[in-house]
Design a protein around this ligand. Structure first.
Ligand code: AMP
Ligand code: ZN
Length: 665
């Protein structure tokens, strides 16, 4: 076998395993063996770059960065769907279809309406070419790099189908994966995602495809778009598409009449809670492609299809108690504790009441019978109180005046919907929350220490703030519940390693209110050290690009607090990076001062992030879109055609990666 054949053989073999595992849910090889083969292919590809293929199974792990998603015009418009909510609506639709076609001989396909983000996949000569979001239906964003990481999407066809076609489907986040992601976020001290749909659609726009690859996304397909008339019906299109590798849910069915459609609707209205993903309705389509063509489109939707929306389930239950939760920043959230009740496939015991205004608006009282509903969100909502069931002696709810954790008097500032506990350094959930934030991935990224352990260490009195982490010793950790020598060692090791984390991340980790990742970066770059930052006055702070009064005031509050001053002193003494390192200072010049760059395409010597950093380190500015203000466009391979035209029209200098490196040398 030649190297080329070997590479092709492995690619095909691995694609087949991906298909078995992610589409058929039937693995025929262990994860371990799969990894060995993948590594082998990776190595061969690395050694033989002339056989590069963007569709290789090795590209599934991601790595490509997209700073700006290219806007692309859809070859075929992506329409919306008309909605219906009742049997009558469906019968009306059937009448319209029959009248338009002049026949009652009509067959329908019934599909579930998958609740995610729609996507259009283009294939040419049996190979995946690009993936574009729906956008406004006419134009969407090219998210191909991210979509390649979704294992259930075939990158090349298994067998004969159409030559050029588009597949439309829904990118979804199955419930199990969604819950796992949230468990991890919570244990990292991060806020849980609210619902699978938004998380799926947010994932498509992540800049780092390696991050997308880590998310358990899936893609369910529902439409073949093509000019070829190889197959006569929509159902056949889907069946054939399934045969060559696409994930078409087995739930699809044919119906001979609206009565049969309604049977499908009723069946799934009940059974939908057993599905591994969310669905909010059924989509009914005229099956014959010839008839679809005759029916055509209105200005916004096909006449040959209609969506039937399931009703959000509502039940009533009794409010037993209102409790109050304290977040990392001290924000208070009131929680309704309910008499447990079955709703939409789960037992509901709690619902969020958001804030004092919400309680007042609902006029909700202990003992009230309330209506709860589960919409798109995981946490159910309280819709209203059933006043007819209210007891005569019921008492108006008085909002908590003191913190449930530390008893401090709560404060509420003008214009803020939430109450806060001001006891920043003495209130347990705030202490735990702040340390959890400190160790989280985007901050100090401490391995070997999770959110629950932080809480345990605090309860045991071993840590009261993040500086205490650096004084932990193995011997005090080992005796703790669920700890062993190995885990204690890992923890201490992880904490020690965090001393290498660069200043900008440390600054973010400190948890200064309103100082998020981006602001921390800006401040680190401008002030270069914590001492410079903490001694800056209001005027100096506000003079920094993009730092407003609110952020500046928050930094001042932090800097003037003796407790924080002491904490910083301690962090310094442990060797945590509290200034920009020498090396990164050395690489900084103002060679590119005043120059605005746009970076587009794929690069070889530097990653896009490295390029961007080099521009900024040398005093230049990176912009996301080409305008008259742009001085240079750094063009890599596959630069977007619309960007290229725009740069040429505006007569902006287009330079290569090599030109740029020469520029800063
Ligand atoms: P809407 O967003 O309410 O206009 O509904 C249209 C959207 O439903 C489409 O853009 C698709 O993303 C989505 N959808 C989900 N499942 C299906 C399906 N089986 N057939 C067609 N569209 C679907
Ligand atoms: Zn408190």
């Amino acid at each position: 076998m030649t190297i080329k054949e070997k590479i092709e053989f492995l690619r095909e073999e691995l694609s087949q395993h991906n298909y078995n595992y992610y589409v058929l849910d039937n693995a025929t090889i262990s994860d371990y063996e799969f990894d060995i083969k993948l590594k082998e292919l990776e190595k061969l590809e690395e050694e033989n770059p002339e056989f590069f293929d963007a569709n290789s199974p090795t590209k599934r792990v991601g790595g490509g960065i997209t700073k700006n998603f290219e806007t692309v015009t859809h070859k075929n418009r992506m329409y919306s769907l008309d909605n219906s909510y009742s049997k009558e609506d469906l019968l009306d639709w059937e009448k319209r279809v029959q009248k338009n076609l002049g026949t009652t001989e009509i067959e329908y396909t019934c599909e579930l309406k998958y609740d995610g983000a729609s996507i259009n996949l283009t294939y040419e000569n049996g190979k995946f070419v690009s993936a574009v979001t729906r956008g406004d239906g006419f134009q969407g964003d090219d998210v191909s790099t991210n979509i390649r990481t979704i294992r259930s999407i075939p990158l090349s066809m298994k067998g004969d189908f159409l030559s050029d076609f588009e597949m439309r489907g829904e990118i979804i986040l199955p419930l199990e994966g969604f819950h796992k992601m949230n468990e991890e976020r919570i244990s990292n001290g991060e806020e849980a995602y609210r619902n699978p749909r938004n998380t799926a659609s947010g994932s498509l726009k992540l800049q780092d495809s390696a991050e997308v690859a880590k998310r358990p996304l899936d893609c369910l397909l529902y439409q073949v778009v093509t000019n070829e008339r190889k197959y006569k019906t929509h159902f056949e299109n889907l069946k054939e598409a399934r045969r060559i590798g696409f994930k078409i849910p087995e739930t699809i069915a044919l119906a001979k009449s609206i009565e049969e459609v309604l049977e499908f609707v009723n069946k799934w209205d009940e059974k939908r809670h057993d599905l591994p993903y969310e669905t909010d309705g059924v989509v009914i389509k005229v099956n014959a492609l010839q008839q679809q063509e005759e029916l055509g489109y209105t200005s916004k939707a096909p006449r040959w299809a209609i969506a039937y929306k399931f009703k959000a389930e509502q039940v009533t239950t009794v409010l037993n108690e209102i409790t109050y939760q304290v977040g990392r920043t001290g924000a208070i959230t009131p929680v309704a504790n309910l008499e447990p009740v079955h709703l939409a496939g789960t037992t509901v015991k709690r619902a969020s009441l958001h804030n004092a205004d919400q309680i007042e608006k609902l006029d909700i009282r202990i003992g009230d019978t309330v209506y709860i509903e589960k919409g798109g969100e995981i946490i159910p909502k309280i819709i209203k109180v059933d006043l007819t069931k209210r007891a005569g002696n019921s008492q108006e709810t008085i909002y908590a005046t003191n913190c449930p954790e530390c008893n401090s008097e709560l404060v509420r500032t003008e214009g803020d919907a939430k109450h806060y506990c001001p006891n920043e350094f003495g209130c347990a959930p705030q202490i735990t929350g702040r340390i959890q934030h400190f160790i989280s991935r985007k901050a100090m990224d401490i391995d070997g220490l999770g959110g629950e352990t932080v809480d345990l260490l605090r309860k045991e009195g071993l840590i009261k703030n993040y500086a205490d982490l650096y004084e932990l010793k193995e011997e005090v950790i080992i005796p703790l519940e669920r700890m062993a020598e190995k885990s204690a060692k890992n923890m201490i090791e992880g904490i020690k390693k965090s001393k290498e984390i660069p200043f900008e991340k440390v600054l973010f980790a400190l948890g200064i209110r309103f100082v998020g990742e981006t602001v921390a970066k800006k401040l680190a770059k401008h002030f270069k050290s914590i001492d410079n930052l903490m001694s800056a006055d209001l005027e100096t702070l506000i003079s920094v690009d993009e730092i407003g009064e609110r952020i500046a005031q928050s930094i001042l509050d932090f800097s003037n607090d003796p407790i924080n001053i002491e904490l910083i002193k301690r962090l310094k003494s442990y060797g945590v990076q509290l200034e920009v390192s020498k090396e990164s200072l050395e690489n900084q010049t103002d060679k590119l001062s005043g120059k605005v760059f746009v970076v587009s395409g794929v690069f070889h010597q530097m990653s896009r992030n490295e390029l961007k950093k080099a521009i900024e380190d040398n005093g230049g500015k990176v912009s996301s879109s080409i305008s008259k203000k742009t001085n240079f466009v750094i063009a890599g391979d596959n630069m977007g055609p619309s960007k290229l035209t725009k740069a040429q029209d505006l007569e902006i200098a287009i330079i290569s990666e090599e030109d740029f490196i020469a520029l800063i040398k």
